[in-house]
Design a protein around this ligand. Structure first.
Ligand code: ACO
Length: 326
């Protein structure tokens, strides 16, 4: 029986060169290294340079993912960028990326689900490939999140960073149990006021700044991520013990630790990059995945559990058997 599945065959990532440690941040924000580390696990973040844009970050990450897959832009049918910080209100950053990587025959568009953007984009690409819209997709999470920060608000500005990560997805016949095993998404606009940006084209014609009720977001994150992970496991007929790696959204090490506990996973089976990257929103999962593939922890055939929650609220989880059958 033909078993068509969508494989995740390669990953690539890019972080801007400019590193800002907690100590440096403390020189212009009323905060300190000990508070940030204790409450969030963050030690530093990468920030875009003057003139460096989300499309530049996305292009660097996409070029690495394509090289790792042995492909070029010509091979790509669908490009989706998950971003909350596009270069322009329109056209999409994805069409800019399409031109940069010369993916002439691809369709390209952005999606906006803030920190859950990567799991949303993965689900959309999976569905499009399964329905015959192409054979290969590039899914990118890319953010210049620092552009949305109010540097006078210490309760938010210490939490975020910039970066990009990209994965190559390929439709495969007779793929057995490889590739995307399950994907579950949720939204609940009743909570839109606990995490939002106070600007936008149709409200006040401004870009705006991030506003957040941190404690409320924290509470929803732990509860909703645990529940959506249970749904994803059940949809794939799996148990938490079948997971080789938890590759979570990197918002706060305490949220990640809570998920590790709820799933009863050993600590060394959880990828943590929040200390070095901070919260890079839609880029955080592919950045973490890329780090663990590059250093040899994640190998071909490992089963990955990914989860994320963001403003909306929007949240989701996906299970993937990484790589391709050898
Ligand atoms: N430096 C020093 N002190 C600070 C800072 C700071 N950067 N920020 C807040 N404080 C102070 C507060 O003013 C407060 O002081 P007070 O007690 O004198 O009033 C004290 O620290 C405690 O503040 P709380 O807001 O109660 O701190 P909390 O323990 O809730 O931690 C945090 C705040 C880290 C934001 C936490 O609530 C959190 O991580 N929430 C999740 C939010 C998140 O991750 N959002 C990212 C986007 S959504 C996502 O990706 C999941």
């Amino acid at each position: 029986m033909n078993n068509q599945r969508v494989l995740m065959t390669a990953v690539g990532s890019y972080l801007p060169a400019n590193v800002v440690t907690n100590e440096v941040l403390s020189s212009f924000v009323d905060t300190d290294d000990a508070w940030i580390r204790r409450r969030t696990g963050i030690a530093q973040r990468h920030l875009v340079a003057e003139g460096e844009t989300t499309a530049d970050l996305a292009c660097n990450a996409a070029a690495k993912a394509l090289a790792n897959a042995g492909l070029t832009g010509d091979d790509i049918d669908i490009i989706i960028i998950a971003t909350t910080t596009p270069d322009n209100t329109f056209p999409s950053t994805a069409t800019k990326l399409q031109h940069m990587i010369e993916a002439k025959d691809a369709i390209a568009f952005d999606i906006q689900a803030v920190c859950a953007g990567f799991v949303y984009a993965l689900d959309i690409a999976d569905a499009m490939l399964q329905s015959g819209r192409g054979r290969r997709a590039l899914v990118v999470g890319a953010e210049s999140f620092s552009k949305l920060l109010d540097w006078e608000d210490r309760t938010t500005c210490v939490l975020f960073g910039d970066g990009a990560g990209a994965v190559v997805l390929e439709l495969a016949d007779d793929a057995g149990d490889w590739g995307i095993c399950s994907s579950v998404l949720h939204s609940d606009g009743a909570y839109r006021d606990i995490l939002y940006v106070d600007g936008g084209p149709s409200s006040n014609v401004s870009v705006g700044h991030v506003r957040m009720e941190g404690k409320e977001v924290f509470r929803h994150a732990v509860e909703k991520l645990a529940s959506v992970m249970d749904e994803a496991l059940s949809a794939a007929n799996m148990q938490a013990r079948d997971i080789d790696w938890l590759v979570p959204h990197q918002a706060n090490v305490r949220i990640i630790d809570a998920m590790q506990k709820k799933m009863d996973l050993p600590s060394d089976r959880v990828v943590r990059t929040v200390e070095q990257h901070a919260n890079t929103s839609a880029a955080s999962i592919p950045l973490a995945l890329s780090a663990a593939v590059d250093d040899g922890r994640i190998k071909n055939g490992d089963v990955l559990a990914m989860e994320a929650i963001g403003g909306g609220l929007v949240w989701g989880a996906a299970l993937v058997k990484f790589g391709r059958p050898s």
